[in-house]
Design a protein around this ligand. Sequence first.
Ligand code: FE2
Ligand code: FE2
Ligand code: FE2
Length: 415
Amino acid sequence: MEYIRSKDIFFLMCDTLRLVDRRAMDHGSRVAYYLYKMLECKGGYEKFELADFVFMASLHDIGAYKTEDLNQLVQYECKETTPHATYGYLVFKYLSPLSELASVILYHHMDYLQMEGLDYEYKEIAAYLNLAEKVDIYSEALGDKFDMAMFEKQVGTVISKEALVLISEAIKKYDILRKVKKDKYKEELEDIIGYMLFSNEDKKKFLQMLMFCQGFKSETSVVDTVTCLCIAEIMGQKVGLGTLEKEQLYYGALLHDIGMLAMPKEIIDAPRSLTPEEYTQIKTHVHMAEKVLKDRMDEEVVAIVAAHHERCDGSGYPRGLREIQMNSRQEILQLADTVTALLGQRAYRPVLEKAQIQKLLRKDAAEGKYSRAMVKLFLDYYEDIIMKVNARVEEIMFTYRKLNQQYAQVLGKLK
Ligand SMILES: [Fe+2]
Ligand SMILES: [Fe+2]
Ligand SMILES: [Fe+2]
């Protein structure tokens, strides 16, 4: 079954990153548009290849979401460029199905003189992206004073001659600077995105990558989501869900907290209980997730995400649904999310013992917060489930941890 179309993977990813910072994502879209039109001028590319380049270029600064203060665009784009280029490269290399384009991201700030000596299939794309990026930064900063002539002195040293020829041609032929200024480029970008063609496996990997993006705000939330996903998967098997329902539960659990990317970092990892105002704000993460997923992801999956903080007695949020209005997949995710919170280490309380967790769950079930049958099943198989979950979490986190270790090593060398 197709849970999401290829082009919607792209829009979902961009809109989720927009929740973190709209300006950084808009910069990515403009740069992708410039690159796309440069490649059109060059010719010889298939539409689906152009679509892949547009995907990568839109996310060329994805590393900055993790490594930088996004208010300091000039600092990370013009001065300290290595951290975000490196992290973005690692994200694409390890987490995306477009790993062959990862090095374009790594090299996107490299001077042409250095790049020329590289033995890399897509080095000319990196050189074009390098100029597309500069054109966007300088044209945004200088407004009407921006003049392409400013790049001429840098040809052959900082920028590639071919890149300058292509972008000059694109400006003349497609009027790209004016279209961007008037915000009239998005339709063309959307047209080419329509040629994206990903297999179901690739889509699954992209959605996992999207989940790992939660780590841009909070590492704890990645471990929590993976733990919740594993508990939900095992509970789904124990309850005897069919293949289709199991898959819906998988995607619902995978994406249930992506709305947290819209929340301020200080609140997500606050080493204390939240104030009433903060709690009200945190609750909006469900609506944020629904907003980006709606009309893109399968509606059953969206309904699972939307109900992950609902409770069987009607005390949950955002809709105050009751047991009769919910299905077993939604109830499994609610329980899995709560168990994850109970199992996790929190700065404001010590780790809970098994007996404490079991007591709390029994109490909540007795009060009618969770499906009694679901809680009973979980408690009956507690040891078995926790053991399997721990093993599976380690498996899923392996690549992500490797990525972060490699980044820490590079950062260590830079200091
Ligand atoms: Fe950039
Ligand atoms: Fe950059
Ligand atoms: Fe949540």
